[in-house]
Design a binder for this molecule. Structure first.
Ligand code: BTN
Length: 335
C-alpha cells in the first residue's frame, strides 16, 4: 500500500524518496550533495538526510560523506513498477503494468482480468504461491525471479497462434544474450544455458472456433533466484542469470529491455513475418540436430530433430526415415 503522508516540502514522502533515488541514479556513482538534492526537491538538507536514513532501511545502499555528498551503491533487489514504466520504450506491451508482491499465479490473475484488460497488459509478481508450469507441473517462484504474464489479443486465426510461443522464446533468448548470457531454445519453449533451464514459458489461449479472444503468455525467468532454494530434482537441471554472470542483475532494467524485445518480436508475428521468425528460432535452437524422444498424449516419437515448421511444430526424422510433425509434446534428448 502506498504511503501518502506529506513532507514539509509539500510532495508526498514516497515521491521525495523516489526523486532522491532517481537523482542519485542519474549521477551513476558520482556523489551528489545534500544541498543540491535539497534545492532540487525544495526541502532542507536535514530532510534529505532523514529520507536517506529511511531509504537505507528499505534496503538502498547509500554512502554518505560530509565533504562530497551521497552516492547510491546498490538498490534492493525488487522490481520497481514506477521505474519500469519510466524505462519502457514500448508502445503496446506494458502500457498497463500491474505489480504484486505475491500472487497465486500471474497466469491465473491474467486470465481473470483478460476479457476486460487492454492488449499488452503485464502482470508481475515478486513471488507466486501456486506458480504453474506446462503439463500441470508446479513452477517454483521464489524471490529474485521474474514471474510475469502478458495479455495479448492478436487478430490472427487460431491455427497461427502456436507461433506466439516461438516468438516469446526468441525474445527471452535475445534479451539474455544482450546481457552476455549464452541462451538457446529447447523445443517447444524452454530457454537453456549450457543445457540448463533458465526460463519456462506457459502459453494459454482462449478462443472460440476460429476467433482468438486472448492469449496469456506466462514467462518465468530464474533471474536472481538462489539455486539452493530450488527443489533438488529441479536444481540439477536449472540455472539462473545471477549464476551465469556471477552477479545479481537489476531486474527492473532487464524486464524493461525484455518487454521491448518481445514487442519487436510480436510486431513481426502480427505482420506475419513467419519465415523470419522460424529462421531466427532455428538459429537460436538447442534442439535441431539432436536425437530426441517426444511424448504426446497419443504417441511417442523417437528420432532426429531436423526442423520446425511455420506453425511451430517440431519436425522429427523417425527411425523409419519418415518425417513427423509434432505440434505439442514433451521433448527429451536421447542419451
Ligand atoms: C514451464 O513449465 O516451463 C513453464 C513455466 C512458466 C512459469 C511462468 S512464471 C509466470 C507465469 N505464471 C505462472 O503460474 N506460470 C508462468
Amino acid at each position: 500500500m502506498s504511503d501518502t503522508k506529506h513532507s514539509y516540502g509539500g510532495m508526498p514522502v514516497n515521491d521525495n524518496k523516489k526523486e532522491i533515488i532517481r537523482l542519485l541514479r542519474q549521477f551513476e556513482g558520482e556523489p551528489v550533495s545534500g544541498q543540491e538534492i535539497g534545492e532540487k526537491l525544495g526541502i532542507t538538507r536535514a530532510m534529505v538526510w532523514k529520507y536517506v536514513k529511511s531509504l537505507r532501511k528499505e534496503g538502498y545502499d547509500i554512502r554518505s560523506s560530509p565533504k562530497t555528498g551521497y552516492i547510491l551503491d546498490a538498490c534492493p533487489d525488487r522490481i520497481e513498477p514506477d521505474e519500469l514504466r519510466e524505462l519502457l520504450k514500448t508502445t503496446l506491451i506494458g502500457t498497463d503494468i500491474r505489480y504484486y508482491a505475491e500472487l497465486e499465479s500471474t497466469n491465473s490473475t491474467a486470465r481473470e482480468i483478460a476479457s476486460r484488460a487492454s492488449e499488452g497488459t503485464v502482470i508481475i509478481a515478486e513471488t507466486q504461491k501456486k506458480g504453474r508450469g506446462r503439463m500441470g507441473t508446479e513452477w517454483q517462484s521464489m524471490p529474485g525471479g521474474i514471474w510475469l504474464s502478458l495479455i495479448l489479443k492478436p487478430s490472427m486465426p487460431l491455427e497461427y497462434i502456436s507461433k506466439i510461443t516461438l516468438v516469446a522464446g526468441i525474445a527471452v533468448a535475445n534479451a539474455l544474450r544482450a546481457i552476455g548470457v549464452d541462451a538457446h531454445i529447447k523445443w517447444p519453449n524452454d530457454v537453456l544455458v549450457r543445457g540448463k533451464k533458465i526460463c519456462g514459458i506457459l502459453t494459454e489461449v482462449n478462443a472460440e472456433v476460429e476467433k482468438v479472444d486472448y492469449v496469456i503468455l506466462g514467462i518465468g525467468i530464474n533471474a536472481n533466484v538462489r539455486l539452493s532454494d530450488l527443489k533438488e530434482e529441479i536444481r540439477k537441471n536449472s540455472t539462473s542469470i545471477a549464476n551465469e554472470l556471477g552477479k545479481v542483475i537489476d531486474r527492473t532494467a532487464f524486464v524493461a529491455m525484455f518487454l521491448y524485445e518481445l514487442e519487436q518480436q510480436y510486431i513481426r508475428f502480427e505482420t506475419r513475418q513467419f519465415t523470419d521468425i522460424v529462421d531466427e528460432w532455428i538459429n537460436l535452437s538447442d534442439t535441431i540436430g539432436k536425437d530426441v524422444k517426444v511424448t504426446t498424449p497419443s504417441r511417442i516419437i523417437e528420432g532426429k530433430a531436423v526442423g520446425v515448421t511455420e506453425k511451430g511444430a517440431l519436425v522429427v526424422l523417425d527411425r523409419n526415415g519418415k518425417k513427423q510433425e509434432i505440434i505439442a509434446g514433451n521433448c527429451r534428448y536421447s542419451d
